[in-house]
Design a protein around this ligand. Structure first.
Ligand code: NAD
Length: 387
């Protein structure tokens, strides 16, 4: 109960509270609009028009174009965009013409907002698209983020941000140069149980953290995720990244070194190019150790911290819904939220309010840097410092 109050105080919402909060903003917006319309009566005509257009701009829902209409776009993001308050599904970018009609009908998308990968750059002339959301295989994130920035659009890029740090740097530079914002699809930063792990860890509620355990794995995968060129690696790039994120946001610290070991290949045909599983140990300042594991042949889902005066954990920690938490003093129990809707709404609001996003490109870059250090440690068998 105490936790719930803390969360609503911090502006995170359960599904019910979220709806309530949104209607509160709506009422506030109306009042504000009424007041400013009243106040602007004394202004010259051009200033009145300017004030009104700034206001309309602030109230307008931003248009998002999804690039890549695979499992995540169709199963999670497009449905979530039916619930968002500050952005909506305005356009699609796809290399599969067969998908177009279905998406246009289902989501009421006009023909002029439909692009192929070839026509994508002409999105720059479309004022209905404010944000491009890159939901392609990992190795394609850099190219489409940079093209979107060059087309003058804000960008959300899925995790992992890219497959090399150099690509991350080019993506950040392209968005800066275009004066556009870049965020990474880290939905768990908007999820109450994970936010609670951040609070418990970073505020030392159970005392200093001594060790952590983070595991994320799936029992099978297929397609581009097994192709090193497109995925950049195996389960570490795809789901192990959540462990890296989890131990970073639970401690609020950056790891300084890593040791890693590839797991045995029980299915060498499937895992010709990428690791099947991987264990690694991240070392944080103050001798805090995080033991982590990822796999493409075993279901795993845990984030746990042991501290001087108790422990706290989520199990499962990373799914879209059904996250459960426990501590040495009792349950962590929040309502389940629509993480995707909250994540996209927060980015749209950040753009409208001209404030930074809590999940910027720099955060994605740091994870990619750590992932690369883990692979280096795995390949060399050496302890690798993360500088
Ligand atoms: P998917 O395989 O279901 O979809 C990939 C899409 O990319 C398809 O529409 C495919 O047609 C298109 N594509 C374009 N060029 C391609 C190529 N050369 N090879 C293969 N596909 C190509 O994958 P997904 O699960 O939707 O994942 C897409 C991205 O979203 C990945 O970066 C993944 O890490 C990320 N993702 C994030 C979450 C999350 O919870 N944040 C969940 C799932 C996926």
């Amino acid at each position: 109960m105490e936790n719930k109050q803390i969360f609503s105080g911090r502006g995170l919402y359960s599904r019910r509270k979220f709806v309530a909060h949104v209607s509160y903003i709506g009422i506030g917006g109306l009042t504000f609009s009424g007041l400013s319309a009243f106040a602007s009566c004394g202004l010259p005509n051009n200033q009145q028009a300017e004030a009104q257009s700034a206001e309309q701009k602030a109230k307008k829902k931003l248009g998002i174009a999804l690039v890549g209409l695979g499992g995540y776009s169709s199963g999670q993001l497009a449905p979530a965009l039916q619930e968002t308050q500050h952005c909506y599904l305005a356009g699609i970018v796809t290399g599969t013409p067969d998908k177009i009609d279905k998406w246009k009908k289902k989501y009421d998308i006009p023909e002029k907002n439909v692009y192929s990968y070839e026509s994508f750059d002409s999105i720059k002339d479309n004022p209905n698209i404010d944000i491009v959301y890159v939901v392609l295989p990992n190795a394609m994130h850099a190219e489409y983020t940079i093209r979107a920035a060059k087309a003058g659009k804000h960008v959300i890029c899925e995790k992992p941000m890219a497959i090399t740090v150099e690509d991350c740097d080019r993506m950040i530079a392209a968005c800066k140069e275009a004066g556009k914002m870049l965020s990474i699809g880290y939905r768990l930063h908007f999820e109450p149980h994970n936010k609670e792990m951040m609070r418990l860890g970073q505020e030392h509620v159970f005392g200093e953290i001594l060790r952590l355990k983070a595991e994320n794995g799936m029992s099978s995968v297929k397609g581009w995720r097994l192709d090193k060129e497109l995925a950049g690696g195996g389960p570490l790039m795809d789901v192990g990244i959540y462990c890296v994120q989890g131990v970073r946001y639970t401690t609020g610290m950056e790891p300084i070194a890593v040791k890693a070991k590839e797991g045995p290949k029980t299915d060498p045909d499937t895992f010709k190019e990428v690791e099947e599983s991987l264990i690694w140990q991240l070392e944080f300042p103050g001798n805090i150790i995080a033991e982590c594991k990822t796999s493409y042949s075993e279901y795993l889902n845990l984030l746990r911290a042991e501290a001087r005066n108790g422990w706290f954990e989520l199990s499962p920690a990373y799914p879209y819904r059904g996250i459960k938490g426990d501590t040495s003093k009792g349950k962590i129990d929040f309502e389940q939220v629509n993480q995707h809707a909250l994540q996209m709404d927060d980015f749209a609001l950040a753009i409208k309010e001209n404030r930074s996003t809590p999940v910027p490109g720099e955060m994605g870059r740091q994870d990619v840097k750590i992932l690369q250090a883990i692979y280096k440690a795995m390949e060399t068998g050496q302890r690798v410092e993360i500088i």
